[in-house]
Design a protein around this ligand. Structure first.
Ligand SMILES: [Zn+2]
Length: 342
């Protein structure tokens, strides 16, 4: 089959469109013919590598996959070839206390398809049956590929971790990113007011179309000053963080007494300064989050089927142009998700 692989870590140049063997299909696995695979910022980090990361090379990236069932293992009795499906990228043991209480993303064996094992930058991917969900009928494969990782991440951050309530105000950083554009929509669904940041007027306009009540161009203006002005110094109940070093200190300063900051990433750097007096005196909660439980994705898909949440597709590119897509994502040229089509 055709796939985009890398044999060594590095810049976009290491991505090669080439022929590789089809993945094997275990007795409880499903072979999916990939129709669309979305990019995630983690694809860049995985491509670059980090200390301690051990991958079987060549590696195939791609966590957010939509496609059609090609064939199933002998112990899979409830899925037939031709079914239109989505892949939940979280792999877990399925037997530990965490898995059995719906916290499978806290399983000690938790891994992510495309990050720790071979993923969907390919014509086919083999995944366990429990990672398969039905594709909502009202959206395309490319739109469906925008959903799993971004929505599961944003949903878990806002619903499970920060527990956003109606009437609260949430600052959503980088609303043009996949996870940011999902967060704006989920906040509105929860009845919250949204202040969204982005780098261009065009992106801010898209954020307002998704429901953002106020927008801040973080290139032109200081977002902390703007938050103070917009909220008349009441600040925001929740900050939705995934930017990291460049924003963290000011994100904390956006919180009033009892405020919560929830973070799933640090695309601008991992080290940030925190005045511990602010943390304890203002009774601030700092909440970490990664992915979410498999079960929550069913609720997200139901809300997509009802038209209450919408995937945000920026554009599609042929799988062979994966390197170009990585460059677009690095330059933050997109609004929403970039999707590759094998
Ligand atoms: Zn487990």
């Amino acid at each position: 089959m055709k796939a985009v692989v890398f044999h060594q870590h590095g810049d976009e140049q290491v991505l090669q469109h080439t022929d590789v063997a089809e993945p094997s299909v275990g007795s409880r696995d499903v072979l999916v013919r990939v129709k669309a695979v979305a990019l995630n910022h983690l694809d860049i980090f995985t491509r670059q590598g980090w200390p301690g990361l051990k991958l079987e090379l060549p590696h195939i990236l791609g966590s957010d996959i939509a496609g059609v069932v090609e064939r199933v293992g002998p112990e899979v009795g409830d899925l037939a070839p031709g079914a239109e499906v989505l892949v939940n990228p979280g792999l877990s043991c399925g037997a530990c206390e965490r898995c059995l209480t719906g916290e499978d993303n806290l399983c000690r064996q938790y891994r992510i398809i495309g990050e720790h094992v071979r993923g969907g930058y390919a014509e086919f991917v083999s995944v366990p049956r429990q990672n398969i969900l039905p594709k909502p009928a009202r959206i395309t494969f490319a739109e469906a590929a925008c959903l799993p990782r971004t929505y599961l991440t944003a949903w878990t951050m806002l619903v499970r971790r920060a527990q956003v309530r109606p009437g609260e105000t949430v600052l959503v950083h980088a609303a043009g990113s996949g996870v940011g554009s999902a967060a704006v929509q989920i906040c509105k669904l929860l009845g919250a007011k949204v202040i969204a940041t982005a780098s261009t007027e065009a992106k801010l306009q898209r954020a307002r179309q998704l429901g953002a009540d106020h927008t801040i161009n973080y290139v032109e203006k200081d977002f902390l000053d703007e938050v103070k002005r917009i909220t008349q110094r009441r600040l925001v109940d929740v900050v939705f963080e995934h930017v990291g070093a460049a924003t963290f200190e000011k994100s904390v300063a956006c919180l009033p007494y009892g405020g919560r900051l929830v973070t799933c990433g640090a695309t601008t750097g991992y080290e940030a300064k925190l005045d511990l007096r602010v943390l304890f005196y203002k009774r601030i909660s700092l909440l970490g989050s990664t992915m979410g439980s498999k079960g929550d994705l069913f609720r997200v898909l139901q809300l997509v089927e009802e038209g209450k949440l919408k995937p945000v597709l920026d554009r599609t590119l042929p799988l062979a142009d994966a390197a170009q897509a990585h460059r677009l994502m690095k330059d933050r040229a997109q609004f929403g998700n970039l999707v590759l089509i094998p």
